[in-house]
Design a protein around this ligand. Sequence first.
Ligand code: NAP
Length: 327
Amino acid sequence: MSAKKNSVENVVILGSGCAGLTAAIYAARANLDPLVVLGVDAGGQLSLTTDVENYPGFPEGVQGPELIQFMKQQAARFGARFVPGDATAADLSERPFRLEIEGSQVETQTLIICSGASAKMLDIPGEDRLIGHGVSTCATCDGYFFQDQELAVVGGGDSAMEEAIFLTRFASKVSVIHRRDQLRASKIMQDRAFDNPKIEFIWNTQATEVVGDAEVEAVKLWNTVTDERWEKPINGFFLAIGHIPNTAIFEGQLPMDAQGYLLQKEPGRSHTETDGVFVGGDVHDHIYRQAVTAAAAGCRAAIDAERYLELAGEAPQSSVATTRTST
Ligand code: NAP
């Protein structure tokens, strides 16, 4: 389904992960006829995972891509429209805001940015193929599946320490693989990791391949100082080498922190410094990064956008949501 022709959208939502699709459900039910830009990584990080057991309402768990599909269907049921691809440029200098979406110009009164943050990957053989089958970027999401198993975590920052410590609740052993011989993590996190008897450190080492047919069986390692190469049997391979928030098109237009995460105008609210622009999900949250917190943030952003349009006298009059089908 395409954007409206020759008219200004009420709300454009960037991203179709938990935050974007929840924003779409709320905006659609408020009869705002939202346009959702799916993004090149449609479905966000959940689409990269398998079992999700911590999203409320699914006592037996749910597959990540299935949960995303449910949310999309739910938004479509209330009239949300979807366009594939990404916003490649944005002009937020005045309203209506202007976006370029895969070569088309779209104007909108409000914008909800839920474009997420992509976990950095190593780009080594096996990594892509085994994601969701032992390769993971989220210990909180997937740790539980590795009871009494041997795991590896790549990285030397706070995330790597946090993930390694968390994983020791389930795993028999966690090996932290770090490319240098010093950690980047804060002292307190380092100390906690060093004090944990289930954690071992493998220094000056890079992972060069994830090995396994249907599931992770081992990782190939290379010590960059001694040039030693070996294969280490493991059941799970966790990447914790940072995230990249998808905010490049807003550089110079919206305040962001040093890593590029968008900043809210006030903590706990979805407003940005630019009136009419709202944020939700991992694009502004590098702390919680959970499906349920992203969904909650998407909900907040849609409610704030609706109230903004109402105050500006730009909310649609009819309260009857139209039913449209998604692409
Ligand atoms: P980070 O601080 O940027 O650390 C990334 C780690 O991954 C670094 O140790 C880096 O190695 C390593 N790395 C990056 N690219 C790599 C590659 N291609 N191959 C191998 N290793 C690679 O990221 P983060 O740990 O996700 O933390 C991000 C921010 O969130 C930080 O400000 C952090 O303090 C904060 N945070 C805080 C907490 C907490 O306080 N509980 C928890 C999580 C995150 P080098 O060290 O060699 O560069």
